[in-house]
Write a protein that binds this ligand. Structure first.
Ligand code: ADP
Ligand code: MG
Length: 350
């Protein structure tokens, strides 16, 4: 039995279904990232897990004990769940230490139970204990919010888009500190986010929430390299989609005959590659096709290049190193690195 078992969970507000027949099992000590666009029901799901909302159907089990199900609704404070909300929500009139112990029984609050240990765990100096939270950066405040969520030694920790208010530099540093703290406590964690880079970089597994349902659960690399549908391919990164056909275990398209990432039924298909699989060469080589550079956006470490394929009239995006960037109008040759994913073309209704 997994640490967290969600089975057949459904929740509607009025006639508007938000979570529909949702199933997910999360192993002890792992970090599950749930990736979904804004409005897909991420916060609702976490509120159901905490017990702030009641589901219309389904069950939630924590450590093998049903906390929500037909005729069962364990109160939030009895569920041993730690919650980090989107905007840290620290109390400005309390010190960092008092914020951390806020949810503990009175004697432990008075004793500042485990404050030193928790500050160390989230990588903050002990001197911060006495400070008001406004004197900390946004990333440091989120670490205090995590320390507060961990203070009661919860069985499961839920994080609701905890880094969305941080700027890029702070975000990666704070992400690392949070992953480290969660690993050190061996807490089972669920992080929800609309940010695919966050989900891919933090989750042991990533579950994609799409229109209230679970579209795919996979390791970050599996999800990125072999998304289940072309819609997911676009959502989990940038996708190059070409018309093609699957024959003899290969994807044949305007970029040639490519190996497949997974066995696919023969027939017409959409062929998907990631822009970084498109390599640009200055001259013709075996297995290259001609392409013309239409536009280049230089990003520093890399550049995004828009290409036209004269043979098919298709346009594709390439992501290349920022070291050597072609000029718009340049004629180049394209080769493909790594396998393609093919999605059988939907049969049209006759
Ligand atoms: P996310 O966190 O993925 O952005 P939410 O769970 O906040 O999504 O919301 C999902 C949908 O449920 C939205 O359409 C939202 O308007 C609706 N919703 C959320 N909470 C309530 C509520 N208390 N009453 C009515 N509708 C709600
Ligand atoms: Mg939300």
């Amino acid at each position: 039995m997994a640490k967290l078992d969600i089975t057949g969970l459904s929740k509607a507000f009025g006639s508007h279904p938000v979570i529909a027949d949702f199933n997910l099992h999360i192993g002890s000590g792992s970090l599950m990232a749930i990736l979904g666009p804004s409005g897909s029901g991420k916060t609702t799901l976490l509120r159901l897990l905490c017990g702030f909302e009641r589901a219309q159907a389904g069950t939630i089990g924590i450590d093998g004990r049903v906390v929500s199900g037909p005729g069962v609704h364990v109160q939030p404070e009895q569920r041993r769940i730690g919650y980090v909300a989107q905007e840290g929500a620290l109390f400005p009139h309390l010190s960092v230490a008092d914020n951390i112990v806020f949810g503990l029984p009175r004697a432990q609050r008075r004793a500042h139970h485990r404050v030193a240990e928790l500050l160390e765990l989230v990588g903050l100096p002990q001197a911060y204990a006495a400070r008001p939270p406004q004197h900390l950066s946004g990333g440091e405040q989120q670490r205090v919010a995590l320390a507060r969520a961990l203070a009661a030694a919860p069985s499961v920790v839920l994080l609701d888009e905890p880094f969305s208010a941080l700027d890029a530099a702070l975000r990666s540093e704070t992400r690392n500190a949070v992953v480290h703290a969660l690993e050190a406590t061996r807490a089972t964690a669920v992080l929800v986010t609309h940010d695919q880079a966050e989900a891919l970089s933090m989750g042991d597994h990533v579950a994609v929430l799409w229109q209230g349902r679970l579209a795919q659960v996979a390791t970050p690399q599996e999800l990125y390299r072999a998304p289940a549908t072309r819609e997911l391919a676009r959502f989990v990164g940038e996708a190059v989609l070409l018309e093609g056909v699957v024959a003899e275990h290969r994807a044949v398209c305007s970029l040639g005959s490519l190996p497949l990432a997974a066995p696919t039924a023969p027939g017409p298909a959409a062929v998907m590659l990631r822009p970084e699989q498109i390599l640009l060469l200055p001259e013709s080589m075996p297995d290259t096709v001609p392409a013309q550079v239409e536009s280049v956006v230089f990003m520093g470490a890399h550049a995004n290049v828009q290409l036209a394929l004269p043979a098919s009239g298709e346009r594709i995006a390439a992501r290349i190193s920022g070291q050597s960037v072609p000029a718009p109008g340049a004629r180049m040759w394209v080769s493909v690195c790594g396998p393609a994913v093919a999605y059988p073309a939907a049969t049209r209704p006759s």
